[in-house]
Design a protein around this ligand. Structure first.
Ligand SMILES: Cc1cc2nc3c(=O)[nH]c(=O)nc-3n(C[C@H](O)[C@H](O)[C@H](O)COP(=O)(O)O)c2cc1C
Length: 199
């Protein structure tokens, strides 16, 4: 029994109280990434760390490699406070998150050829690419020890004005970035056979 627990400790360093010395596995990132609605106050995240995070998003695939996703980062106190006023009831959830990231995509790019949509999907391909990019962002954030909340409840027009976002970009989510202050519940997931059919 002792031998088995030593072996398990060797395999999972963190489970036995040892400091984490290596990057978490992808499965560990999936398991621990949750939408966080309470953040530790007084913890900062540097611009260099946010740059590392955003560099990871550049590995995300996009339609014909159009890379339509753009990010506007409120890392200074003044801009961060301004964003907090534009996310409705989310404000209290992310008030202590040190960074707010506004995610947009350039319209008429993914899914378009010579200015025309290639199929009925149109700009939904741009939104698709932006979602993929955001997925890389939130998973990389977790791998770096950060936490996130994607917020669809936001005032897109006011955010456009605040960051001077051009009209050819669609403002999608605001993503709060910080350190969790609470362990979240794992939401109930639909049975796999309800969402996947094998033929
Ligand atoms: C596009 C999108 C918009 C969301 N908007 C909000 C939001 O405005 N406020 C919020 O608290 N959570 C928001 N969420 C988080 C979801 O509620 C959350 O992802 C879902 O309940 C699953 O929980 P989990 O992320 O912990 O797995 C949003 C998530 C997505 C993907």
């Amino acid at each position: 029994m002792k031998k088995i627990s030593i072996l398990l400790c060797a395999l999972a360093l963190t489970a036995c109280g040892s400091p984490q010395t290596s990057s978490p596995t992808l499965d560990e990132v999936f398991a621990s990434r949750r939408s966080i609605r309470a953040y530790k106050a007084g913890r900062t995240i540097s611009e260099a760390e946010v740059r590392e995070l955003l560099t990871a998003t550049q590995n995300a695939p996009s339609w014909a490699n159009m890379q339509p996703s753009k990010y506007y980062i409120a890392i200074g106190e003044e801009k961060r406070n301004a964003v907090l006023e534009l996310i409705g009831g989310n404000k209290e959830r992310v008030i202590n998150a040190p960074v707010m990231i506004v995610s947009t995509f350039e319209t008429a790019k993914s899914g378009f050829f010579q200015g025309e949509p290639v199929d009925a999907t149109g700009d939904l391909w741009g939104a698709y690419d932006n979602g993929l990019s955001n997925a890389y962002l939130i998973l990389k954030a977790r791998a770096m020890g950060f936490d996130t909340l994607i917020m669809g409840m936001r005032d897109a027009d006011a955010l456009r004005e605040l960051f001077d976002i051009p009209e050819n970009e669609t403002v999608l989510a605001v993503i709060a970035l910080g350190y969790r202050a609470q362990e979240p519940n794992v939401p109930v997931h639909r049975p796999l056979d309800e969402i996947a059919k094998f033929y």
